[in-house]
Ligand binder design. Structure first.
Ligand code: DHB
Length: 294
């Protein structure tokens, strides 16, 4: 699959509606990823759902989304516009079991270029990470979705495991087409005056600057062990951050927290920064994918 550039919108930010995806496409993202969509409407957790930190964001939204039937109506309205910009759409989906994953995947398939399995949300009981920490569940869900759709299926991995390669291996056996690495890292913040956790869910997922070295290491290990395309994500704010992930083995990157920190034009900025580096080094993007392994 070809993309106009390797800097994509990550799931979870500005992907809650069709019109916000359209806006991110206009801002120059090579692909836009939806907020994770499930079978039924879900209001998510009560506020507070986000804590802003110096090193990133801590969030526990609780997978809020309007449900796949409403969401595809929104995609229907924006997909021609997004296609004209040559921007690809990645549909992030979640479910509590194989049946739910299959149903959502089948419904969303015709509206997206690629499906991203969210088997890595760090705090939704029975969803996300509960699946992504278990190699057998990861395998069966990936296999079931792969059998049900014809678009490529990538799995987004959780770093909250002791052996991520065991999970990746199970997904490769289930014929996953590629990896998205990494999802957020579990964390907590406490309000010392209120003397309790700030998030209504008590804990959440840490994104942003703090998690970049964790993500780079996961991408490096995936590239070393498997022959599958990797989308790197976690703490990418600049072209230099993106290049680190690419040198570790990612063919493209996703940007989430930095959309909030650097603004909506972050995609153009990061693309320019990557271009400048490649010109200075007299290299092409494909030359540096996985170069840190040589
Ligand atoms: C949520 C989902 C995620 O996959 C994640 O990493 C963080 C938060 C959520 O909707 O709560």
């Amino acid at each position: 699959m070809k993309f106009k550039n390797p800097v994509f919108l990550a799931s979870g930010i500005m992907g809650e509606t069709g019109s916000s995806l359209k806006r991110m496409a206009k801002e120059g993202a090579g692909a836009v990823t939806t907020k994770s969509i499930g079978l039924n409407p879900n209001p998510g957790h009560k506020n507070p759902t986000i804590v802003e930190l110096d090193i990133g964001l801590l969030n526990a939204m609780g997978l809020p989304n309007p449900g796949v039937n409403s969401y595809i109506e929104e995609l229907e309205e924006v997909r021609d516009f997004i296609k004209k910009l040559d921007t690809k759409i990645i549909g992030s989906i979640y479910g509590k079991n194989e049946e739910e994953f299959i149903e959502v995947a089948k419904k969303i398939e015709e509206y997206v270029d690629l499906i991203e399995l969210n088997i890595s949300c760090p705090h939704a009981k029975g969803y996300g990470m509960a699946i992504g920490q278990d190699p057998d569940l990861s395998h069966s869900i990936c296999k079931a979705v792969k059998k049900s759709v014809s678009v490529p299926v990538f799995a987004k991995l959780t770093p909250n495991v002791s052996n991520i390669l065991e999970i990746a291996e199970a997904l490769v056996e289930a014929k996953v087409d590629g990896f998205v690495a990494i999802n957020t890292v579990r964390g907590m913040a406490i309000d010392i005056r209120a003397k309790k956790p700030i998030l209504s869910n008590k804990f959440g997922g840490l994104s942003g600057k703090a998690i970049k070295p964790i993500g780079v290491k996961v991408v490096y290990d995936l590239y070393e062990n498997f022959d599958k395309p990797i989308i790197g994500v976690g703490g990418i704010y600049t072209g230099e951050d993106a290049i680190e992930y690419i040198m570790a083995g990612a063919s493209a990157v996703q940007v989430g927290t930095a959309v909030y920190v650097r603004g909506y034009d972050v995609f153009k900025k990061i693309c320019e920064e990557i271009k400048k580096f490649l010109e200075e080094e007299n290299l092409k993007l494909k030359d540096i994918i996985g170069i840190a392994h040589e």
